[in-house]
Design a protein around this ligand. Sequence first.
Ligand SMILES: *[C@@H]1O[C@H](CO)[C@@H](O)[C@H](O)[C@H]1NC(C)=O
Length: 321
Amino acid sequence: QIRYSVPEETDKGTVVGNISKDLGLEPRELAERGVRIVSRGRSQLFSLNPRGGSLVTAGRIDREELCAQSTPCLVNINILVEEKGKLFGVEIEITDINDNNPKFHVGDLEVKINEIAAPGARYPLPEAVDPDVGINSLQSYQLSPNRHFSLHLQTGDDGTINPELVLERTLDREEEPTHHLVLTASDGGEPRRSSTALIQITVLDTNDNAPVFDQPVYRVKVLENVAPGTLLLTVRASDPDEGVNGKVTYKFRKINEKQSLLFHLHENTGEMTVAKNLDYEECSLYEMEIQAEDVGALLGRSKVIIMVEDVNDHHHHHHHH
Ligand SMILES: *[C@@H]1O[C@H](CO)[C@@H](O)[C@H](O)[C@H]1NC(C)=O
């Protein structure tokens, strides 16, 4: 048995081996003695060059197409020396070159992670495949540098590498609602080939923020003769959580019964209105606590101070005070 090897993807006519020498003949004898390739099918990959006496490639050979992942990639042909009526077996190994990039099955990936997820949580990442073999096949993955995630590589029984994203530091949607990472898959060939997949992390909201009032104290002056229904002020609390988690309702927190009849705080708009006629003589200063509450019962607090101002025309007794 004669053994040769030739790299894949070489030009047509590349010398695989000196067949005349290995058959113990002179190059010119190949024709004289009726030497020819007799195997079917794969024999088309090679031909004889009668002048040089060598076995040459008959075209480009793609190792991945021929043998896929199996190694070594061997092609067996028979050469007949007709004059002697003898068959010689020739085994040719097609060696791999690094002609393929690792490829991701899915291009880009969105991973949704709740902001309460604990460090250590793992999320599967897309895998890449490189049809080359050995060192020319996929060897490693890298994750772009970032503050929150690391890469964990789990090697399966069959040798495949499964990349996983590991949460290292807690996420905060209000600080950074999305993170963009790049996963790179590389082979070990010379030169090294690689490809990338974009990973978008979408941070899902948790109700982790309490509403906060714009002001710790709201002060407002009002004339005692304003009509019931008059708007005094609008309080506002903001909650950076998303959607329904950020929805706020307003209420009096501490208010005596008398005051609760005089003022009205609109639950949704934060508008505070006068509900009844005020009387400077009776009381010139009201102080009440208000609260803002979100759906998770997280609270924010503030104070409202209302100063009622005297209207001289309408009152005759205030001078006595
Ligand atoms: C192949 O070997 C023969 C001897 O059998 C020699 O004459 C010939 O030059 C060789 N061909 C090449 C291409 O080296």
